[in-house]
Design a binder for this molecule. Structure first.
Ligand code: GDP
Ligand code: IMO
Ligand code: MG
Length: 427
């Protein structure tokens, strides 16, 4: 059997949590492979909204095993709060959740490092969620980090102290003091809790499952344009958000990769700093923000909004080998008479291209748009693809004809039920 992967093709927040929850019943395992509490994945069903940060979005299905893979950076404090929230809502996540012993641990001092490093960058800051993601991945790659499995070692406290001393020196270099006594108490309480859970060599779990014919869905976090190699560097996150990240972040050989679901909004958003060619810094952007409730699930920050950008989507599709597309939130565009689609960029020398130049900064390119008629129908009220208005069908087929990948899922509202499955149309 194969591992199917669902991942964001834009700058995150495409609606990954919702679609993983929708697809989950057809899988045996749902696994997160990278990122950490910088992610905020929203699920809505039966009138309740849930936001998950580190726990996979298959958790509401008790028969599905959920795995936090080795590629994830795990904050025990945030994790304990998440588990408690689930418990309060009647979900016993402890019974169907497995955590890789190789996942990296986010310490309280990593979060301080994140903050002081951002403060030092001033106006050039990345706009990090300040959850300690960058500093934790730096320690992992620098081979000094701590991992979940280390909490089982007798000398865990000594190893912890050693790492915190390194961090203290760096923080002093920035002219600040490390004061985390209260956070450390929460951290060690959360570590005690973590020890009671199913810590495992999850690469075996996953490969055994594959060998016994089980179906696995890997849930991406962030999006391809935030990938540390191919995203809008340096305004990116610190992990591989693409298909390759699922191989290294779960321990899956490339030959086992099956379907790749590429998920994107019918428009585009970004939170934090960095270039965004189709950004709308006007009342249209504000209208999308309000209609789409575009405020961060993790930080509450307003998301920057703009039109859909085909060159970036083509790039993400190419790098991930996307086999099916999921279009999200078209219902948000109901009030627009005209929908714009960026098809190309105009470079400073006048050349038109649909390839990404080295920099996506505004002085390096100008987006070129095609205008399509809006549908002016509340898509959220629609229950089947047959009822979709012609103007919206036209929008779907127009995008498919440029991207050459079928849009098999169309989401028209935040609820689980507002999901339309579409026959694969050959583009
Ligand atoms: P993720 O990080 O990719 O899981 O996405 P987020 O949860 O951060 O952001 C997506 C937001 O859009 C959430 O508030 C969802 O409830 C909401 N959402 C998802 N799909 C749709 C949709 O089709 N229409 C509307 N209006 N909202 C949606
Ligand atoms: P989900 O999984 C949107 C952005 C931050 C910042 C940059 C680096 O919900 O789609 P980091 O905290 O990783 O150092 O921040 O990446 N970012 C996200 N933007 N959705 C996310 O996750 C994000 N995770 C990080 O805003 O610009
Ligand atoms: Mg999100």
């Amino acid at each position: 059997m194969a591992v199917d992967i669902l991942l964001g093709l834009q700058w995150g927040d495409e609606g990954k949590g919702k679609i993983v929850d929708v697809l989950a019943p057809t899988y045996d395992i749902v696994a997160r492979f990278q990122g950490g509490p910088n992610a905020g994945h929203t699920l809505e069903f039966e009138g309740t909204k849930h936001v998950l940060h580190q726990i996979p979005s298959g958790i509401f299905h008790s028969h599905i095993q959920n795995i936090i893979g080795n590629g994830v950076v795990l904050d025990p404090i945030v994790f304990q709060v998440e588990m408690k929230k689930l418990q309060d809502r009647g979900v016993d996540a402890a019974q169907n959740l497995f955590i890789s012993k190789k996942a990296a641990l986010i310490l309280p001092s990593h979060k301080v490092l994140d903050r002081v490093s951002e403060e030092a960058m001033g106006s050039g800051k990345i706009g990090s969620t300040l959850k300690g993601i960058g500093p934790t991945y730096q320690d992992k790659i620098g081979r000094v980090g701590l991992r979940v499995g280390d909490i089982l070692a007798a000398d865990f406290k000594e190893r912890y102290n050693k790492l915190v001393e390194r961090h203290r020196k760096t923080i002093e270099y920035y002219g600040q003091k490390l004061e985390i006594e209260e956070q450390e108490q929460h951290f060690f309480a959360a570590v005690d809790y973590l020890r009671t859970l199913k810590l495992a060599d999850t690469e075996y779990l996953i490969n055994d499952a594959l060998n016994s014919g089980k179906r696995i869905l890997a849930e991406g976090a962030q999006g391809s344009l935030l990938d540390v190699d191919f995203g809008t560097y340096p305004f990116v996150t610190s992990s591989t958000t693409m298909v390759a990240g699922a191989c290294t972040g779960l321990g899956v050989a490339p030959k086992y990769i099956g379907e790749v679901y590429g998920i994107f909004k019918a428009y585009c958003t970004r939170v934090g700093s960095g270039p965004f060619p189709t950004e709308l810094l006007n009342e249209e952007g504000e209208a999308i923000r309000q209609a789409g409730r575009e405020f961060g699930s993790t930080t509450g920050r307003p998301r920057r909004c703009g039109w859909v950008d085909l060159p970036t989507l083509k790039y993400s599709i190419m790098l991930n080998g996307v086999t099916q597309l999921n279009m999200m939130k078209a219902d948000v565009l109901t009030d627009f008479d005209t929908i714009k689609v960026c098809t190309h960029y105009k470079l400073p020398n006048g050349e038109l291209t649909d390839r990404l130049p080295h920099s996506l900064e505004a002085d390096e390119l100008e987006p070129v748009y095609e205008e399509l008629p809006g549908w002016r129908v509340d898509l959220n009220k629609i229950d089947s693809v047959d009822e979709l208005p012609d103007a919206f069908r036209n929008y779907l087929t127009y995008i498919e004809s440029h991207l050459h990948v079928p849009i098999t899922i169309v989401s028209v509202g935040p609820d689980r039920k507002s999901t339309l499955k579409r026959e694969a149309v050959k583009a």
